[in-house]
Write a protein that binds this ligand. Structure first.
Ligand code: NAD
Ligand code: TYD
Length: 368
């Protein structure tokens, strides 16, 4: 049995992880610490907020007194650290917050954990699991072998550079101070509750609203898509079976160019409209409702500066050492995701407009 602190537990992966953990580790107690930035959405946890094993705390990982008291009061022995600024485009528009949250924030969390877990020189049982990205490894050429744990770091965006810095800090706290850490570097996730700024939820949202589908550059940049449920399993396996001080690459064995993803989403939405003619009343601006092709919305736009061409992961080490394999096929994962976004447009609207902020103000005290 563990007492976990999950940072960033109201974000996309965090929400999925919290729900997965409550279902699969029923004896564990979870504290979620989340600052509820634009990307954090406590309403995504609405169905589990009353769960006896879950405590939700609205707060910042940089608030050292708060973090230390959470670690002590809840006797936390496992931190799964997801809190971050996570969108590459935002990191290009304004890198400062990425340094503040991903670098300073991670360091602040490590310091608090060290203080509490090593109080009076006596080590408490503990694990710090850091959730990171494959983007720290830079960009692959078409014929390069996929990233693995030995690939040298070569981050290209302010986002990936800030995550790389955080990975190094976690590593250093292990080597210098003996903190028991593990890290997972994961490929692009997709699935329910993803904020509609990332490729898959943005494209689905825009198809349904009849808005342009922006394709950066030639649309041939490649990502290794992984269903978020497989990522959650991978994190749990690294915590349970990973060797302390080690990193594990978690991927989907599922490379695809962006244009293929966008075409597939257009096609899947058309299929849903054919099967259910009532959808056109709910989404009057969607081309499929008028019998037109959703791909008519595709618009090529100026490429992202420094746009990494290809990411791909070789998960052999994770497979051998912690027993990780992705279970969800892309066909079933994307189909489930399309259905989720079709059925949860009220969630999309809530996170996109101001009503979500009002919900937070009415439901949670501000700690600042
Ligand atoms: P997200 O942007 O959806 O969520 C981030 C969460 O962190 C939000 O709930 C936000 O409110 C919270 N947060 C931000 N600053 C905070 C602070 N100072 N204190 C407390 N909470 C704070 O991100 P995500 O997609 O869920 O990603 C989670 C983690 O996984 C990140 O560390 C990211 O780098 C990593 N990751 C993501 C992907 C992906 O495809 N989404 C892939 C690999 C790794
Ligand atoms: P994104 O979801 O932002 O993830 P990341 O940049 O971390 O991989 O983008 C995935 C890919 O999709 C990336 O190659 C950029 C591209 N993209 C577009 O072509 N148009 C868009 O509107 C967005 C958001 C992304």
């Amino acid at each position: 049995m563990s007492n976990l602190l999950i940072t960033g537990g109201a974000g996309f992966i965090g929400v999925n992880l919290v729900k997965w953990w409550l279902e699969n580790h029923t004896a564990d107690n979870i504290v979620v610490l989340d600052a509820l930035t634009y990307a954090g959405n406590a309403t995504s946890l609405e169905d589990v907020l009353g769960h006896a094993n879950l405590n939700f705390i609205h707060g910042d990982i940089k608030d050292t007194p708060l973090v230390e008291s959470l670690l002590r009061d809840h006797d936390i022995d496992l931190i799964i650290h997801l809190a971050a600024e996570s969108h590459v485009d935002r990191s290009i528009e304004g890198p400062d917050e990425f340094i503040d949250t991903n670098v300073i924030g991670t360091h602040s969390l490590l310091k608090a954990a060290r203080t509490v877990w090593c109080e009076s020189g006596t080590w408490r049982k503990h694990r710090f699991h850091h959730v990171s990205t494959d983007e720290v490894y830079g960009s692959l050429g078409e014929d390069d072998p996929p990233f693995c744990e030995m690939t040298p770091y070569a981050p290209n965006s302010p986002y990936s550079a800030s995550k790389a810095a955080s990975d190094h800090l976690v590593r250093a706290y292990h080597h210098t101070f003996g903190m028991e850490v593990t890290t997972t570097n994961c490929s692009n996730n997709y699935g329910p509750y993803q904020f509609p700024e990332k490729l898959i939820p943005l494209i689905l949202t825009n198809i349904l609203r009849g808005k342009e589908l922006p394709i950066y550059g030639d649309g041939m940049n490649v990502r290794d898509w992984l269903h978020v449920s497989d990522h959650c399993r991978g994190i749990a396996m690294a915590v349970a079976h990973g060797r302390v001080g080690e990193t594990y690459c978690i991927g989907g064995r599922n490379e695809a160019p962006n244009l293929d993803i966008v075409n597939e989403l257009c096609h899947q939405v058309e299929e849903r409209f054919e099967k259910n003619p009532r959808l056109k009343d709910s989404f009057p601006h969607c081309p499929a409702g008028r019998g037109e092709k959703n791909t008519s919305l595709i618009t090529y736009v100026t490429d992202r500066p420094g746009h990494d061409r290809r990411y791909a992961i070789d998960p052999t080490k994770a497979s051998k050492e912690i027993g990780y394999e992705p279970l969800m096929t892309f066909v079933s994962g994307i189909s489930e995701t399309v259905d989720w976004y079709l059925g949860n447009q009220s969630w999309v609207e809530r996170v996109m407009d101001g009503s979500y902020r009002t919900w937070i103000e009415n439901n949670y005290q501000d700690r600042s």
